[in-house]
Design a protein around this ligand. Structure first.
Ligand SMILES: NC(=O)c1ccc[n+]([C@@H]2O[C@H](COP(=O)([O-])OP(=O)(O)OC[C@H]3O[C@@H](n4cnc5c(N)ncnc54)[C@H](OP(=O)(O)O)[C@@H]3O)[C@@H](O)[C@H]2O)c1
Length: 331
C-alpha cells in the first residue's frame, strides 16, 4: 500500500541542535540494530518506520553489521526507503557505521582506512544511496593510529559519501584526541554515540564534559538497557522479548533479567507511575533531561513502542526529590 506521511509530523516533535553544528536532530531517534533484518517480518519493519516518521522522527541509525544476517538491516531499510520514503530522503538523517567485524581477512574489521572506505561502499549499495548523512567509526581500534581512522572519515566526507562524521564508544581522552585531529583536517566531529541508561552511567564520568567543551552532540544508545528498563520483565520473560530470542552479538540474554535488576525495575516502575508515565517513558525522559544529550536513540520491536516511547518528551523534568530517589534505587 502506498504511503502518505502524516502532514502534522513536525508539529509535536522537538528538534535539538547537534553540538555546535548546523544540524538539528529529532529529540528521539530510531535505531535499526534489531527487528529490521531478514529474520524479521519486513511488514513490521515498514510499519515501525512509518510510525516513527509520522511522529516527527527524522533520524534513522544503522551500521554495516545490523540485522541478521549482518547487513540485512541496511538492505531492508534501503528497500523500504525507496518504496515508501523516496520523495522524503531530504527530510531524513541516515547514519551508518563500520568498526565491528564484517568480513573475513584483515580488512573487514576495526579502523583502517581500507576497511572504512570499503565498508561504506558496501553500505551505500545495500542502502541504495549515494551518500549517508553521518558516518561513524563504531568503536576505538587500539592498533590503528587515530590519525588514519580520522583521516578516513575526513576522506569520505571530501568524496561526498557522507555529510558528517561521528565516533562511537570512544572514551573521553580518545574522544578529545579524535576531535582535535578532525578539527585540524577541517571535518569537525558532529556526534558521539555512547551507551547510556539509568543502568550504565559511565558517560557522566568525563565524556559529557568533553563533548560539551568540544561542541559535539551526544546520542546515547540502549537507553532502556535493551528493554530491561520497562515493565515487560516484571512478570517473567515474555516469549517475544529480546531476552527470549537469543540473538547473540551483544543482545541482552535471559541471564541479565536478575532478581537484583528486577527489584530495582519494580521500584523505578512505582516512581514512573507516580509521575504519570510508563517506566519506558521515565527512563527515556531521564536521559533526555540533560541538555548535552542531542537525541535519545531508541530501538523498538513494534510500532506501538514508538508511540509509547516518544511520550517521554511530554515530561522530562524531574524534581530534586525524584532524582535522589532514582539515585537511591540505582545504588
Ligand atoms: N554504537 C553502538 O555500539 C550501538 C550498540 C547498540 C545499539 N546501538 C544503537 O542504539 C539503538 C537502540 O539500542 P537498543 O535497541 O538496545 O535500545 P533500547 O531502547 O535500550 O532497547 C530496545 C528494546 O526495548 C524494548 N522497548 C522499546 N520501547 C519499549 C516500550 N515503549 N515499552 C516496552 N518495551 C520497549 C523493546 O524490546 P523487545 O524487543 O523485547 O520488545 C526494544 O527492542 C540500536 O538500534 C542501534 O541503532 C548502537
Amino acid at each position: 500500500m502506498s504511503y502518505t506521511p502524516n502532514p502534522q509530523r513536525y508539529d509535536s516533535m522537538e528538534y535539538r541542535r547537534c553540538g555546535r553544528s548546523g544540524l538539528k536532530l529529532s529529540a528521539v531517534s530510531l535505531g535499526l540494530w534489531h527487528n529490521f533484518g531478514h529474520i524479521d517480518p519486513l511488514e513490521n519493519s515498514r510499519a515501525i518506520l512509518r510510525t516513527a516518521f509520522d511522529a516527527g522522527i527524522t533520524h534513522f541509525d544503522l551500521a554495516n553489521n545490523y540485522g541478521q544476517p549482518a547487513g540485512s538491516a541496511e538492505e531492508n531499510f534501503g528497500k523500504i526507503l525507496h518504496e515508501d520514503f523516496r520523495s522524503h530522503r531530504k527530510e531524513m538523517i541516515i547514519s551508518t557505521k563500520a568498526g565491528w567485524k564484517m568480513w573475513e581477512g584483515p580488512y573487514g574489521d576495526w579502523g583502517s582506512k581500507k576497511y572504512l572506505v570499503e565498508s561504506l561502499e558496501e553500505s551505500l549499495k545495500r542502502l541504495k544511496l549515494d551518500y549517508v548523512d553521518i558516518y561513524y567509526h563504531h568503536r576505538p581500534d587500539p592498533e590503528t593510529p587515530l590519525e588514519e581512522t580520522m583521516g578516513a572519515l575526513d576522506l569520505i566526507v571530501r568524496q561526498g559519501k557522507a555529510l558528517y562524521v561521528g565516533i562511537s564508544s570512544y572514551h573521553p581522552q580518545e574522544t578529545k584526541k579524535a576531535c582535535d585531529i578532525l578539527k585540524q583536517l577541517g571535518t569537525p566531529c558532529l556526534i558521539h554515540q555512547p551507551k547510556y541508561s539509568m543502568f550504565d552511567r559511565w558517560i557522566e564520568g568525563g565524556l559529557l564534559d568533553v563533548l560539551e567543551a568540544e561542541g559535539v552532540g551526544c546520542i546515547p544508545f540502549s537507553p532502556l538497557a535493551q528493554g530491561l528498563l520497562t515493565n515487560k520483565y516484571l512478570g517473567g520473560i515474555p516469549q517475544d522479548s529480546r531476552a527470549a530470542r537469543h540473538l547473540g552479538n551483544g543482545a541482552m540474554e535471559e541471564n541479565q533479567v536478575t532478581e537484583e535488576n528486577i527489584a530495582r525495575v519494580r521500584q523505578l516502575n512505582e516512581l514512573a507511575q507516580q509521575r504519570g508515565q510508563s517506566l519506558a517513558q521515565m527512563a527515556l525522559a531521564w536521559v533526555v533531561k540533560d541538555p548535552r544529550i542531542t537525541t535519545v536513540l531508541i530501538g523498538v520491536s513494534k510500532p506501538d513502542q514508538v508511540k509509547d516511547s516518544i511520550k517521554c518528551l511530554e515530561n522530562y523534568s524531574f524534581t530534586g526529590e525524584e532524582l535522589n530517589r532514582i539515585n537511591e534505587i540505582l545504588k
